[in-house]
Ligand binder design. Structure first.
Ligand SMILES: Cc1cc2nc3c(=O)[nH]c(=O)nc-3n(C[C@H](O)[C@H](O)[C@H](O)COP(=O)(O)OP(=O)(O)OC[C@H]3O[C@@H](n4cnc5c(N)ncnc54)[C@H](O)[C@@H]3O)c2cc1C
Length: 293
């Protein structure tokens, strides 16, 4: 393993300045679960690793009581999200996703920001944040900008981040009442396995008639980047949702996906699992709404 210098800034501005001084040879690091593996294997050879760990504001998780907006610092770990009662009760789709990432050790240090910026098609953390209409706040040498989480990804391992830009936090707009959300990571094993397919659904219903006012169907490992199944979502919006409609939405979502064969599974199997799990997760959303979530 090539030797590197470890830098530990305490503000975003300081981190960007460090990166500016060492530009090509520096790399940001969140929890390091991806970066350190790559450095050890020699796939990445930075001279400087800039840890974002000591930047306090980036580790904050809080909900604004007045506006209902949730703010998740990019350095918030999967374990912090998993243990949060607020996340468990109000954002079950986030809980479902992060509580199944890697092992306890990976969740203790791996961050939600690193999961997004790593930009693999199987990133479990991306799907719930897309379903919840999350917005990423980026900070670079030219200042701040906001981008919808769904628009962060360009291709596997590539995001729209400009050189030296940092993902500071993700904000989630307030959720409508009568909203249910759920995620399933479907794979051959329950633990230490990247998903064969990841399916996240969010449904909001109108209080009086139970008509669907918002539908999000988000898929991981179904295309080169995490994706939304827009046609399947359109089918649900404005209708009273039952099992038959969810079965139809599952078929449409499977057709919209761009699944392919890989070492972990065949395309036909992935399509079949999208079909099955869109229905199952849709029903789980309806159950959560009925239970008063
Ligand atoms: C054994 C093992 C099992 C795993 N299992 C899963 C799994 O089940 N599901 C899953 O989705 N992932 C899994 N992963 C992948 C990884 O752990 C997660 O993606 C994790 O969330 C990455 O976060 P990190 O903070 O460790 O990222 P890091 O390794 O620190 O960084 C990842 C990338 O993001 C960049 N980066 C990090 N933070 C920022 C930021 N705030 N701003 C700008 N750039 C940033 C880094 O420069 C690097 O390019 C696994 C990894 C291992 C080693």
């Amino acid at each position: 393993m090539k030797a590197f210098k470890y830098l530990s800034p305490t503000t975003v501005e300081e981190a960007i300045a460090f990166h500016g001084q060492h530009s090509e040879t520096a790399k940001y690091m969140g929890g390091g679960t991806d970066v350190i593996v790559k450095v050890k294997e020699g796939w990445m050879e930075p001279d400087f690793l800039i840890s974002l760990k000591k930047i306090k504001e980036m580790s904050e998780l809080h909900k604004n009581a007045a506006t209902g907006e949730l703010s998740i610092g990019a350095m918030v770990t999967h374990a912090t999200l998993e243990k949060s009662l607020m996340i468990q009760n109000e954002y079950p789709i986030i809980y479902d996703a992060v509580s199944n990432i890697g092992s306890l050790q990976v969740r203790n240090v791996g961050t939600i920001g690193g999961n997004l910026i790593n930009a693999v098609p199987s990133a479990d953390g991306a799907i719930p944040l897309i379903a919840l209409d999350g917005v990423a706040l980026l900070h670079g040498p030219e200042g701040e900008r906001s981008v919808a989480v769904k628009d962060l990804f360009v291709s596997p391992y590539k995001t729209i981040l400009k050189p030296m830009e940092i993902l500071k936090k993700i904000t989630i707009p307030p959720q409508a009442p009568h909203t249910g959300s759920a995620y399933i990571k479907f794979g051959r094993r329950a633990a230490m396995e990247l998903p064969l397919i990841g399916i996240g659904i969010l449904l909001s219903l109108d209080e009086i008639q139970g008509i669907c006012t918002k539908a999000r169907i988000c898929l991981g490992v179904a295309a080169p980047t995490p994706m939304r199944a827009f046609d399947a979502e359109k089918l649900l919006k404005g209708k009273k949702i039952g099992e038959a409609l969810l079965i139809e939405a599952g078929k449409i979502a499977a057709d919209e996906s761009k699944v392919r064969d890989s070492v972990r599974g065949k395309a036909w199997h992935r399509k079949e699992m999208i079909r099955v799990h869109v229905k199952r997760m849709g029903i789980k959303c309806l159950e959560l709404i009925n239970a008063g979530h």
